[in-house]
Write a protein of this length. Structure first.
Length: 290
């Protein structure tokens, strides 16, 4: 409650400042539009490597903008050619998103991304509250890759919902609506594929796919620390669990701060780690790293 109150006060202060002075605020359109590059880079690299064995450095080096090559990303062992094809299409969509954002704002170079097996297995261990043995490998097979894909696009989606009402400029809102639409579509496809398989036991853990998603969603709620904004596939809600949404089936919204807490895995926007060993790039993410 106290934190919520403080954030409202800060928000009001920011809005007053932006209406009374021309000074650039941290939540300016430019900053809000560049922030999602952090997640789009992660998704682009994870999907590109997973489906082709190569990343932006090979496919669109100019988009990496001189940022370091991701750690530990690799080709996944897909058996199902349809899943691989879908992931490849997601990769191309993310490349488009990077281009669309960078055509609008200058943005920043690709941050250092840790997409290694251990980076994912740490998140999964945290979600289970104990180390899984053998440790979870996102690249091992179709179902593991889909579970790993459950981790990130949804977080981006909630960020776009959160950014939209803060944007001043109609063309900024149009860009974010376009990004949000396709991110939501990706999330729906991932959830749909997992939903069909929710009773499957993930080898060799003997734990169902549904339980994996529930635990990941609970972890994200816990790390974000602003209440329930996430629902696994086995959770029971009045409107079902194929898609996540509030009591009116409206998409949940998250602030950049909440997103950083989740993707850093630290629950703290000032403590980088997880997929971003050196933190995110851009004005908003850097403003928390002193
Ligand atoms: C809105 O943003 C676009 C680019 O993002 C810019 O070209 C345009 O001038 C802005 N319009 C207003 C009214 O600020
Ligand atoms: C976040 O980390 C900083 C130190 O980097 C610490 O001062 C602060 O208390 C932490 N916040 C929470 C909510 O744990």
């Amino acid at each position: 409650m106290a934190i919520h109150y403080i954030s409202i006060v800060v928000l009001i202060a920011v809005l007053v400042a932006s209406s009374t002075a021309a000074s650039e605020t941290i939540l300016s359109d430019v900053n809000l539009l560049e922030f999602p590059l952090n997640l789009e880079y992660l998704e682009a690299e994870f999907f590109l490597y997973g489906s082709t064995g190569h990343g932006l450095d090979k496919i669109s080096p100019e988009l990496a903008d001189g940022g370091p090559t991701p750690i530990g990303a690799k080709l996944a062992k897909f058996n199902d050619i349809v899943i691989r094809d879908i992931i490849y299409q997601f990769a191309l969509q993310e490349v488009g998103h990077l281009r669309a954002i960078k055509n609008t704002v200058i943005g920043f170079p690709r941050p250092l991304l840790d997409l290694s097996q251990s980076s994912f297995s740490k998140v999964i261990d945290k979600a289970f509250g104990r180390p899984l043995r053998p440790s979870f490998d996102p690249y091992a097979n179709d179902i593991n890759y889909l579970i790993a894909s459950y981790l990130i696009p949804y977080v981006g989606l909630t960020g776009y919902v959160g950014a939209n009402p803060l944007l001043q400029n109609a063309s900024s809102r149009q860009l974010v609506a376009g990004l949000l639409g396709v991110e939501s579509g990706q999330d729906a496809v991932i959830r749909g594929l997992l939903y069909e398989r929710r009773a499957w036991k993930v080898n060799p853990y003997g734990v169902t796919v549904g339980e994996f998603t529930d635990r990941i969603s609970k972890l994200r709620n816990q790390l974000g620390n602003e209440g329930v904004k996430d629902e696994g596939l086995d959770e029971t809600f009045s409107s079902g669990s194929i898609l996540a949404g509030d009591k009116y089936s409206l998409a949940y919204s998250r602030t950049p701060k909440e997103i950083l807490r989740i993707v850093y895995g630290s629950g703290n926007e000032t403590v980088p780690g997880g997929f971003y060993p050196k933190g995110g790039n851009g004005h908003i993410a850097r403003s928390y790293l002193k």
